[in-house]
Design a protein around this ligand. Structure first.
Ligand SMILES: NC(=O)c1ccc[n+]([C@@H]2O[C@H](COP(=O)([O-])OP(=O)(O)OC[C@H]3O[C@@H](n4cnc5c(N)ncnc54)[C@H](OP(=O)(O)O)[C@@H]3O)[C@@H](O)[C@H]2O)c1
Length: 304
């Protein structure tokens, strides 16, 4: 669902990432409807890389005739963990995350099922994704919670009001997704860029708006003039410097795209940088849009 794929290239990218010291690999059953997990499994099985990686996957989305729905029933979770372990070629998932909250299932049942899986040794740590503080509070009354995975990048900052303060207060690992806003903060995006096939970005309103590209140009200029760094490295640092438990998930299509990692370490953003980012956004983004277009719907409630 990212505009075509080249399995050999994907495997090389993951192996290169682990070889260069990137430890956290995040995937999900729904990505490519099982295919992404298979690729990650193959990549890590080769050269004992599994032992070097922290392997994170997700649970509780189902797909029916190509459409995706939320489903966090205990039955669905039990089925999915076995499929994920098989596809990932491992006997334990290091971080198991509920992909989206399911309004049709009691949160306690979902949390309890993950706790059981942890006791059985099938998963090590428990996480959630796209959860509100209230939903995380409800979870934590039943089971431990180690991480949260919200959308977060310079252009998508809704979590700053509630989710981020909550996560930092409770020392949850934050896996910020879309860290470079699906390529918009890579410094390489141009107005004439076309997206093909099943690329999710065809549906992303941001990528059609010149104001976001203008903002990215100005941010890139700031990063270069003040730090001699690329926009991509600046965008990653902007996330990491928010707190001790911050991480940035960054999707790379080929090994070359990982060359930019090096530039993101060994320096920090100042409070002036954060203020300047806010100023640039105020001056350039007149109609902000969020990442809501990615949210899958709940299942149809079943009449009883
Ligand atoms: N929990 C959730 O609901 C959720 C939702 C979305 C994503 N995620 C997670 O977050 C991860 C990352 O998010 P994402 O892949 O959506 O977006 P992203 O990391 O913001 O953007 C990835 C895209 O950026 C471009 N890119 C990466 N490195 C580049 C470089 N060095 N130079 C130029 N372009 C570069 C590539 O675009 P091209 O393909 O155009 O080269 C790549 O496909 C996902 O893999 C997934 O694990 C989770």
């Amino acid at each position: 669902m990212w505009g075509g794929r080249d399995d050999a290239e994907s495997i090389k990218t993951i192996q290169h990432a682990v070889d260069m010291g990137i430890k956290l690999i995040d995937t999900a059953p729904v990505y490519g409807f099982g295919h992404s997990e298979e690729i990650v499994g193959k990549a890590l099985a080769d050269g004992r890389r599994r032992d070097k990686a922290v392997l994170a996957t997700k649970v509780a989305l189902e797909w029916v005739d190509g459409k995706v729905y939320r489903n966090s029933t205990p039955e669905r979770i039990r089925e999915e963990i076995e499929d994920s372990l098989r596809r990932l070629r491992t006997d334990r998932v290091d971080l198991y995350q509920v992909h989206w909250p399911d309004p049709l299932v009691r949160s306690d049942d979902t949390a309890e099922t993950l706790l059981e899986l942890q006791r059985e040794g099938k998963i090590l740590a428990l996480g959630v994704s796209n959860y509100s503080p209230e939903q995380m509070d409800a979870w934590r009354r039943v089971a431990p919670l180690h991480s949260t995975q919200p959308p977060y990048n310079i252009f998508e900052r809704d979590i700053e009001t509630e989710v981020l303060p909550y996560a930092l207060q409770h020392k949850l690992l934050v896996l910020s997704y879309g860290a470079i806003c699906r390529g918009l903060l890579s410094g390489k995006m141009r107005p004439n860029r076309k997206f093909d096939g099943d690329d999710l970005r065809l549906k992303d309103p941001k990528l059609r708006f010149a104001q976001y590209l203008n903002a990215a140009d100005r941010l890139g200029q700031h990063a270069w003039e003040n730090h001699g760094k690329s926009l991509l490295a600046f965008a990653i640092r902007w996330i990491l410097d928010r707190g001790e438990t911050m991480t940035a998930l960054w999707g790379a299509r080929n090994a070359g795209q990982l060359d930019a990692v090096e530039q993101a370490f060994g320096w920090k953003l100042s409070s002036d940088d954060y203020a300047e980012v806010d100023r640039i956004l105020r001056e350039t983004i007149k109609n902000p849009v969020g990442p809501e277009f990615m949210a899958p719907p709940p299942r149809e409630p079943v009449a009883v």
